[in-house]
Design a binder for this molecule. Structure first.
Ligand code: M6R
Length: 613
């Protein structure tokens, strides 16, 4: 997630900005930059890579500015590179801006600006917004503050922006909607940041800026206004948080923070791509290879670990909705087999990092044999994203916990869209089902929010009962089977407890021999057409004295009479339900790992990105 910092005061701005950018490194980023007031002009320094690269680049320069802005970029539009790094300079060179967020209607704004003769040095939506603001300022002969206000009324999307202007030597203009902004109050100085970590060394007095507010920030003055130009009294709060707590957003671990971010990250991955009211799906990556998709004999999904589980669920969904053959392959196996690939194959590569070596080589091999590669990746500009012929980013933001949580649900959200879009293109999905699935998908963020609010404490209690178990079995049928696998993987990673995921009906072919009074069996048992069958499976476990924890749909009156513990999720179409069912299982693993005193963010022997085979 991008990080922003700003400083207006009497001291040198550059060291404050660099220090602030380092404090924001934990958010994940691919490039960094600063812009400073230098007399009548603006100086911009930016570099791909770490803040240390930027420091090296600036080393030896005599920067005397006392006003400046700085940015760490997590790419969304345009690959990580020097030219896509922030800050951006407007066409006149008179305004510099940093931006955190996504401008959804940037293409339309860009078209208008190009017609007026504007040129762009980067591929970013941010540079478009900056020039849009400059254009308004010039045409309306108004102040920067007024131009920002007018511009933001036309902007669709999320943003925090900080701007400096050669016409305003001691001022930063800032505004927010949907992305965080904090302003720290110092002695004859103000500090701006995505969170309070960059300013903690200087002040504990802060103002959290709300959506649709605009700040005019000078060394000795902070003016807050709404977009209607009315003054708002800043609400000053005293911070009593330590740095580590701020980085984790007040949560004890990144994993927990990322689990709780899911209502937002799922929303972000759907945003601008679907409209349940029309109803319609926009996925430019699918449009790009539409011809290939319509001719395809087969879709092969290639991935590892949690991403493979997302791929397995996608196999079920795509086959159901698109009536095309789908195979799901472990990338590590696929790359060393001699699979029969033709130019009628579409490969969907699913990867959070976009750098997993096995997945990368697997798709390289398939591409050489003529297959078309569609990358479903979280990290913009990563190797898999660059290699793909087309793709869709999952927009989950940086995932720091080694165990994948929010990246998984973002993958599922986008894979649902991919399946629905292909089904629509092929004419294999009925309108009523298409509309229902889109409607239910739109409700997922609020349902996940509800699960987190309603079930978190209960799951924490349930976890206590099972913390000392030696083994776990996770069972599910149909769309819930991949979630059983994912639940088992999460538990293994975080708690080091042996756990196996199985199709519920396969249990009687072997694993049932494991069942006794010491074995907890987790059923993913939300309502679907086979509900009675999973009820029978639960009875089979209970008959052998196993302990049953079941994730069930709201309104289920049968399973609570059989299971030892139930975790309730909202009722939703069975195809979409897995994206809800996985959330309690993430929490269950987290609390069991925590109870066992383990490092849940960095489990032993695991790496976040497996770039070796
Ligand atoms: O970055 P990728 O999605 O390609 O990574 C694949 C796996 O290494 C990853 O999902 C791994 O299984 C995680 N630790 C799961 O929590």
């Amino acid at each position: 997630m991008c990080g922003i910092v700003g400083y207006v005061g009497c001291n040198l701005a550059y060291p404050v900005l660099i220090d602030g950018l380092k404090k924001l490194e934990y958010r994940g980023y691919d490039s960094a930059g600063v812009a400073l007031h230098a007399g009548n002009s603006l100086e911009v320094y930016k570099k791909e890579g770490k803040v240390a690269n930027l420091e090296e680049y600036v080393y030896g320069k005599n920067i005397q500015a006392t006003v400046g802005i700085g940015h760490t970029r997590w790419a969304t539009h345009g690959v990580p590179s020097d030219r896509n790094a922030h800050p951006h300079l407007s066409n006149s060179g008179g305004i510099a801006m940093i931006h955190n967020g996504i401008i959804e209607n940037y293409a339309q704004l860009k078209e208008e600006l190009v017609l007026k003769g504007y040129t762009f040095k980067s591929d970013t939506d941010s540079e478009v917004l900056l020039n849009f603001i400059e254009d308004i300022k010039i045409n309306n002969e108004c102040s920067l503050e007024e131009a920002v206000r007018i511009a933001l009324r036309r902007v669709v999307g999320a943003y925090v922006i900080l701007l400096i202007d050669t016409d305003l030597p001691d001022t930063i203009i800032a505004a927010r909607k949907g992305s965080p902004l904090v302003i720290g109050i110092g002695e004859n100085a103000h500090y701006l940041g995505s969170d309070a970590s960059p300013m903690l060394a200087y002040t504990k007095e802060v103002v959290y800026i709300n959506d649709y507010e605009l700040a005019i920030v000078k060394p000795d003055e902070l003016i807050l206004k709404n977009l209607g130009n009315e003054r708002i009294t800043p609400f000053v709060q005293k911070l009593d948080m330590e740095l580590a707590a701020i980085e984790k957003g007040g949560f004890d671990h990144f994993m927990l923070k990322e689990i709780f971010e899911q209502p937002q990250t799922i929303f972000d991955s759907l945003r601008g791509r679907m409209d349940a009211t029309i109803p319609a799906i926009t996925l430019s990556g699918i449009e790009k290879i539409k011809g290939k998709i319509l001719e395809a004999n087969r879709i092969i999904i290639v991935a590892c670990g949690t991403s493979w589980h997302a791929g397995l669920l996608a196999e079920y969904v795509i086959e159901e909705l698109c009536r095309v053959n789908v195979e799901v392959e472990y990338a590590s196996e696929f790359r060393y087999r001699n699979p029969i690939i033709t130019d009628k194959d579409i490969i969907i590569a699913v990867s959070q990092s976009g750098e997993t070596a096995d997945t990368l080589v697997a798709i390289e091999n398939a591409q050489k044999q003529g297959a078309t590669i569609f990358g479903l990746v979280n990290v913009v500009g990563s190797s898999i994203a660059r290699m793909s012929d087309a793709g869709a980013y999952t927009h989950a933001g940086p995932e720091i916990g080694v165990a994948s949580t929010k990246a998984f649900t973002a993958q599922l959200a986008v894979l649902y869209l991919v399946a629905l879009k292909i089904g629509q293109l092929k004419g294999t999905i009925e309108n009523t089902l298409f509309n229902k699935l889109l409607e239910d998908l739109a409700k997922v963020p609020e349902h996940v929010q509800h699960i987190l609010e309603d079930q978190n404490e209960h799951i924490r209690e349930v976890a206590k009962k099972y913390t000392d178990a030696r083994d776990f079995l996770y069972l599910g049928r149909g769309y819930n089977f991949p979630i059983a696998l994912e639940g088992a993987l999460k538990l293994k990673e975080i708690s080091y407890i042996h756990a196996e995921g199985y199709p519920a009906a396969e249990m009687k072919h072997g694993p049932i021999a494991l069942v006794d009074e010491s074995l907890p069996v987790v059923f993913v048992a939300t309502k679907d057409p086979y509900h009675e069958k999973i009820v029978s499976n639960i009875q089979e476990i209970k008959a052998r004295k196993g302990m049953v924890v079941a994730v069930i749909s709201q309104g289920d009156e049968v399973i609570p009479t059989l299971a030892d513990d139930v975790i309730v999720v909202p009722q939703i179409h069975e195809i979409i339900a897995p994206i809800l069912s996985v959330v309690p299982l993430q929490l269950l693993s987290y609390y069991i790992g925590l109870n066992r005193g383990l490092d849940v963010d960095k489990p032993r022997n695991l790496a976040k990105s497996v770039t070796v085979e």
